[in-house]
Design a protein around this ligand. Structure first.
Ligand code: GDP
Ligand code: ADP
Length: 212
């Protein structure tokens, strides 16, 4: 009896962006529990860990010197400065997960999303909106993880990010959590365009070529 090789599913790259405090982490935790095909990329950051955050699980917490070395060595798929810290996506784990046919989610801010839009036009881009600016500030304060100055910087940046929401393929309003999850599932599993002619892996490899 010939063994049937599983048909390798093409991997996908999905960008998931939204202002600080909108509920990205909450939505993704729920989504990953529901859909094991999804793989959440673990970023590197120079931000200090929050009390519950674990190195290698929530982020790779690194020094600015280490982060700048990662940039020099082209180890990052994209990176940006946000509210006074570096954030970036390590390239190799993403390439490996895409090659395994996983749907790789990059939870990244606007500047990173724009870089990915340039280098991987096939990536699906989703923006999470708050019901209102007031509710956003309520949530970030209720989370009680950021200093007053951090909240002020993040709220200022939020207005710039929200103004750019229309650049994204999908906009999800995270008001009722269950409804937002359902909208996300529709965006990911129902409305995702068929993979175009260039396999995502090729574009990931192409992006690793040294700049001109
Ligand atoms: N460009 C980029 N942004 C990232 C990356 N990892 C996280 N971010 C974004 O950086 C911003 C700040 O993240 P964080 O400090 O965890 O705050 P939070 O959004 O309030 O949870 C958020 O918009 C994240 O989506 C990354 O690897 N690259
Ligand atoms: N739909 C929602 N309604 C009310 N509060 C929410 C909702 N989604 C998330 N929250 C709360 O808002 C705060 C910020 O959520 P979080 O997932 O940390 O946001 P982000 O990852 O985008 O910074 C948390 O306290 C979370 O429990």
């Amino acid at each position: 009896m010939a063994t049937l090789e599983p048909i390798a599913q093409p991997g996908k790259l999905i960008v998931f962006t939204g202002p600080s405090g909108v509920g990205k982490g909450t939505l993704l935790r729920r989504l990953l529990q529901l859909h094991p095909v999804l793989y959440l990329s673990i970023s590197a950051t120079t931000r200090q860990p929050r009390p519950h955050e674990i190195h290698g699980q929530h982020y790779y917490f690194v020094s600015r010197e280490t982060f700048e070395q990662m940039i020099e060595r082209s180890e990052l798929l994209e990176w940006a400065e946000f509210a006074g810290n570096y954030y970036g996506t390590p390239r190799d784990p993403v390439v490996e997960a895409v090659e395994q046919g996983r749907w790789v989610i990059l939870e990244i801010e606007l500047a990173g999303a724009r870089q990915i839009r340039d280098t991987f036009p096939l990536a699906q881009q989703i923006f999470v909106l708050p019901p209102s600016i007031e509710e956003l500030e309520t949530r970030i304060r209720r989370r009680a993880q950021d200093s007053e100055s951090a909240i002020a910087r993040r709220m200022a940046r939020a207005r710039v990010e929200i103004d750019a929401a229309d650049e994204f393929d999908f906009q999800i309003v995270n008001d009722d959590l269950d409804q937002a999850i359902s909208q996300l599932e529709t965006a990911l599993f129902v409305e995702m365009p068929a993979p175009a002619e260039m396999p995502i892996k090729t574009s990931l490899e192409l992006s690793a070529e040294p700049g001109d």
